[in-house]
Design a protein around this ligand. Structure first.
Ligand code: FES
Length: 350
């Protein structure tokens, strides 16, 4: 027998098929709920159940204490409804996902640092203590005032992982004190203090449309985070990622793109070259605003995520709207030189 899961305070309803857990029912309906182990061991999916009964299954006490149980909490990765309906605390009044309050001075160790293009380095950071909880698409701030590197914002280029690792893509900016510090001074094994997460460039949890992602330069970072998160939760409406590169040297992560394309039939990755001498193998050339119509005669049904420098973002947004995209389905993240810490409004914080 199927059951109805009612999300509160929005009142949105999701059908939970017989045998499904609450977590899989939410994911099938396009909602994103934090989860790590999907086996009742980590506590990431702990949620308050306001009404109705459920079978909790076998879970670890350290993930759900007796006190949690007494207070009505359950682990949704293992919970199966026993009543015709189950009311759970989930998201905002608009059913948008709640965001985690930013933390300051969180210690991380640089576990790897690799040049991805001639001007962009990828830094991998692993937390020393508790994982920093974030949603795909959000960003953190790093810097070290003592050595003249002010705090600067960098998007997280991956979805949350059990080991808490963050991947940051950092382009060396002419005269940029923090990016120069990262490129020239920060080494593997160093400890960095991270602040965040910030920003609201997160995927709409209830999107039931194909997704188009447009990126240039390190704008690829939040897009990778969003795509990683969506593909991991089995998003099947189709995701196309178009990356704008001047030359072949600007293109990176092609191995990951190939793996995603083979593993997820609904994922497609495209590179368009804007420089005067595109590689002979280039399938697409020209700036995204001019070439997009060749691939998508209409964007009426798409949700669109655009990230890159502000001019790129504006031009792409205008092109998408001209191809029929609905303005409220176009989400943008423009990188400004001094990108401030954007703390989400209180009603969106957990
Ligand atoms: S996802 Fe780990 S306990 Fe549910």
């Amino acid at each position: 027998m199927s059951a109805t899961i009612r999300l509160q305070p929005s009142g949105h309803e999701v059908i939970c098929d017989s045998g499904d857990t609450v977590l899989s029912a939410l994911e099938k309906a396009g909602y994103i709920m934090p989860n790590n182990c999907r086996a009742g061991a980590c506590g990431e999916c702990k949620t308050k159940v306001l009404d109705g009964a459920f079978d909790q299954g076998m879970v670890l006490d350290m993930a759900l204490s007796q006190e949690d149980r007494a207070n009505g909490y359950g682990l949704m990765c293992m919970a199966k409804p026993l009543t015709a309906s189950l009311d759970i605390e989930f998201g905002t009044i608009d059913a948008l996902q709640k965001l985690f309050p930013p933390r300051e001075f969180v210690p991380f160790i640089v576990t790897d640092k690799v040049m991805r293009t001639p001007t962009m380095v990828e830094m991998q950071l692993r937390p020393l203590g508790e994982n920093l909880r974030f949603w795909p698409g959000q960003y953190v701030m790093i810097g070290d005032e003592r050595v003249g590197a002010p705090l600067r914002s960098y998007s997280i280029a991956n979805a949350p992982r059990p080991d808490g690792e963050l991947h940051l893509l950092i382009t060396k900016v002419e005269g940029g004190r923090t990016s120069t510090w990262v490129h020239e001074k920060v080494s593997v094994g160093d400890q960095l203090l991270v602040h965040g997460p910030y920003g609201t460039f997160v995927g709409d949890p209830s999107v039931e449309t194909p997704v188009l992602c447009l990126a240039s330069g390190s704008g690829l970072a939040p897009i990778l985070g969003l795509a990683d998160g969506a593909l991991r939760r089995g998003f099947t409406w189709g995701t196309t990622l178009v990356f704008s590169a001047r030359t072949e040297a600007d293109v990176f992560d092609q191995g990951l793109m190939a793996w995603w394309s083979r593993k997820h039939r609904t994922f497609r990755s495209i590179v368009t070259y804007t420089g005067a001498e595109p590689p002979a193998t280039a399938e697409f050339t020209g700036r995204i605003p001019t070439m997009l119509g060749q691939i998508f005669p209409s964007l009426e049904k798409h949700s669109i995520f655009i990230a890159g420098n502000p001019d790129f973002v504006e031009a792409c947004k205008a092109a998408c709207l001209a191809l029929g995209a609905k303005p409220d389905l176009v989400h943008v993240e423009g990188y400004f030189p001094h990108w401030p810490a954007e703390v989400p409004p209180a009603e969106r914080l957990t």
